[in-house]
Design a protein around this ligand. Structure first.
Ligand SMILES: C=C(O[C@@H]1C=C(C(=O)O)C=C[C@H]1O)C(=O)O
Length: 104
């Protein structure tokens, strides 16, 4: 391989990396916007629960969400264990918000 061929390969790799990273940045932005919308809804749920003396957490609802999300993950070829961990992480934060709202 000549030096000019190897520099051509490098440029195409850099271009491909840049194209993929642009898509990753767009997806990350979409994830942030979707999460922000989800938290707007869960905040409203938190206020509704506090007004009606309902507990911050609903484990039965969470169990149904986890089953559903694991099925969605499998059909999307995403690791269901990862999907469950992510949902559990998000829900823990939501419950923390609901506890704060209930105390206020
Ligand atoms: C948002 C709720 O409150 C909690 C948070 C949940 C969530 O983030 O999806 C689900 C169940 C509850 O533990 C709810 O009860 O719907």
């Amino acid at each position: 391989m000549t030096s000019s061929e190897s520099s051509e390969i490098d440029e195409s790799v850099i271009a491909e990396l840049s194209r993929l990273r642009d898509s990753i940045d767009n997806i990350d932005a979409a994830v942030v916007h979707m999460l922000a919308e989800r938290f707007k809804c869960t905040q409203q749920v938190g206020h509704l629960k506090a007004q009606h003396q309902l507990p911050p957490a609903d484990p039965a609802r969470e169990a149904r969400q986890i089953i559903r999300l694991r099925e969605l993950a499998e059909s999307a070829k995403l690791d269901p264990a990862f999907a469950e961990k992510l949902l559990t992480f998000i829900i823990a934060e939501v419950i923390r918000h609901h506890e704060t709202i209930a105390k206020s």
